[in-house]
Write a protein that binds this ligand. Structure first.
Ligand code: 9G3
Length: 575
């Protein structure tokens, strides 16, 4: 393709809202175009790379036995009402009406659609296992879209659904998808970690998030270098502090004026924060959005509360909980903002972190303004309605598997694999007859890859101060021939010769034949990140060109034949 003929608009400057490298670079290269908040279009270079990612996904999904179909992006409300999710989601579910006033949604995911297909088409065990997938545009009306394609309101997802006779079959399907994902992300040139993830609102037994390591990622993962433990910090198990054996001392109310925070009360009383209990106050809502109950969560003073673990312990959707208005909650439960303790609370669910029962003589709020109580002991002085791990695993905490200090990393969640079990087959009655003609529920798994988010993650991991450094497998083009003087017939002839020869070898080659200054061409070649650059300049008449890989600094002079051979070899080896 000749650059002089291409519709490509590189930018020197980008809007201030673009803060992270991938968002900046995808805009500066003109690969994406913002249409509205969280809504982007793909221009020629961008679309070529998206399609290459999709092709890698298709090859590995098909190799793993997936069958590609293509469902509508718009979905009738009835199916979501049947699965019970129509009312479970808030404004993020993009609802629309048709001319007859009937309710639809722009699909954020397709569990209901795929389950509906299978419940109509599958009746016998002989038809299972089955894995159907699609690569389709999804819609989620995010409250705060940001980082370009990283968190957009319209995005391309590959979503697959496996259908098995039983849980043993699901384990096999899940494992096949897990392995396919490792191949896909490796071929895309990503450095990633599959981490144990929280199954969250969709339930199911377990799930893994494929996280591309990146400092700008929204996912925080905890991993252990000593053993293979890796989990999202939301999901990571924590180790309880060792149980203490000191005897329980008598309760003692102490005046602690104005000490509303753990730091203040620990400092005031000269206590280590590990000898205090932190209270966090919440209110939860039911499906209709009405206040359901007050919740007081208690963790050791030096710990952070893990909201995901609290939400899972309360078994509520993540949007059905908020920090409580302390005045209102005080009237209803007897708590006192900044001085709340578990003793004496009423009409309030008490959730206690699993390590507190083993600890002795802790200091906690007295439910009285400016007072705390010392020597609070679980069992003797208070009980929890729920006692479970509520801790957020911090860097340096002991690994829950081997005890070594865990490390934290940030990453971009580019894929998720879930064991759904019978969540949808139950609510939508997807059954099959087994060998004994007995009705059985189909056992499901679901598997997503954020295609456009993967494009961003690749750019996040492959760029430098001059621009993108595309892995060959997803580069918009493999080779760019930079013709220094298009007007010079000898140079142009050499460039054409290389161009034609590479095209004949199946190499995707760009010829920069624009009437631009050489410096601009070199800058654009670096910005666009095309893996191989062949510069045809003043030594062309001697049959000498310059050969440079975008990922290396060194350039070397080669004969035209050597340059063609080297380019063909590296493209064939890495695409
Ligand atoms: C919704 C909205 C947003 C959502 C969902 C539903 C995330 C929702 C989870 C999944 C699970 C898997 C199949 C591919 C892999 C991921 N955000 N999820 O269900 F209505 Cl508005 O999508 N689905």
């Amino acid at each position: 393709m000749k650059l002089s003929k291409m519709h490509i608009k590189t930018l020197r400057e980008v809007p201030a809202e673009a803060e992270i490298p991938s968002h900046i670079l995808l805009l500066r290269t003109g690969m994406i175009r913002k249409l509205a908040s969280g809504i982007y279009g793909f221009m020629p270079f961008g679309w070529r790379s998206v399609r290459k990612i999709e092709d890698i996904i298709r090859q590995e999904m098909d190799a793993a036995g997936g069958q590609e179909i293509h469902m509508s992006a718009i979905q009738p409300a009835e199916l979501w009402q049947e699965s019970g999710r129509w009312f479970a989601y808030g404004p993020e579910l993009w609802r629309v009406k048709d001319r007859g006033g009937r309710d639809f949604c722009l699909g954020p995911t397709h569990e209901e659609i795929f389950t509906d297909i299978v419940r109509n088409d599958v009746s016998s065990y002989r038809q299972l296992p089955m894995n159907l997938y699609q690569i389709q545009t999804k819609y989620r009306d995010e409250a705060r879209p940001r980082f370009g394609l990283m968190r957009s309101r319209e995005f391309i997802m590959k979503d697959a659904y496996s259908f098995d006779r039983d849980f043993e079959g699901l384990d096999k399907s899940y494992d096949e998808m897990y392995k396919a994902y490792e191949k896909i992300f490796t071929r895309c040139g990503l450095t990633f970690r599959p981490v144990e993830a929280d199954t969250g609102a969709i339930g199911g037994s377990n799930s893994h998030e494929f996280t591309a390591l990146s400092e700008v990622g929204e996912s925080e993962i905890a991993y252990c270098e000593k053993c293979s433990m890796a989990a999202t910090t939301e999901r990571a198990e924590c180790v309880d502090a060792a149980a203490e054996t000191e005897s329980m001392l008598a309760l003692e109310e102490v005046n602690t004026p104005g000490t509303k925070t753990i730091d203040e009360v620990a400092a005031f009383l000269g206590l280590d924060k590990t000898k205090t209990i932190k209270a966090l106050l919440f209110v939860t809502y039911d499906d209709e959005g009405k206040e359901k109950e007050y919740v007081a969560a208690f963790v050791r003073g030096d710990r952070e509360l893990n909201m995901t673990k609290l939400i899972n312990a309360l078994n509520i959707p993540e949007h059905a909980i908020e920090f409580a208005d302390e005045e209102k909650m005080a009237a209803a439960t007897g708590c006192v903002g900044g001085f709340t303790g578990p003793m004496g609370l009423h009409d309030c669910k008490i959730v206690v972190d699993s390590e507190l029962p083993g600890l002795r003589n802790l200091c906690v709020g007295a439910n009285k303004e400016n007072y705390h109580i010392k020597n609070m002991n679980y069992g003797r002085d208070y009980e929890g309605d729920i006692v479970t791990d509520l801790k957020l695993l911090k860097e340096g905490d002991p690994c829950p598997v081997c005890g070594a200090p865990v490390k934290h990393a940030r990453g971009i969640e580019v894929g998720q694999v879930f064991k759904l079990g019978t969540k949808y087959s139950e609510s939508m009655n997807a059954i099959y007859k087994d060998e004994n003609q007995k009705d059985r529920l189909i056992v499901m798994g679901c598997y997503g890859i954020g295609v456009t988010r993967t494009l961003s993650a690749i750019v996040e991991q492959h760029h430098d101060e001059n621009g993108i450094i595309w892995p060959m497998s997803v580069a918009p083009y493999h080779v760019i021939i930079t013709l220094v003087k298009p007007g010079d017939e000898e140079q142009a002839a050499v460039a054409e010769k290389i161009y034609d020869e590479l095209m004949r070898e199946g190499v995707e080659v760009l010829l920069d034949d624009r009437n631009e200054r050489p410096g601009v061409k070199f800058k654009d070649a670096d910005l666009l990140g095309i893996p191989v650059r062949i510069t045809v300049g003043k030594r062309a008449p001697e049959g000498i060109v310059e050969y440079k890989l975008r990922r290396d600094n060194d350039k070397e002079e080669k004969t035209v034949e050597e340059a063609i051979k080297a380019a063909v070899e590296i493209v064939k080896a890495e695409k």
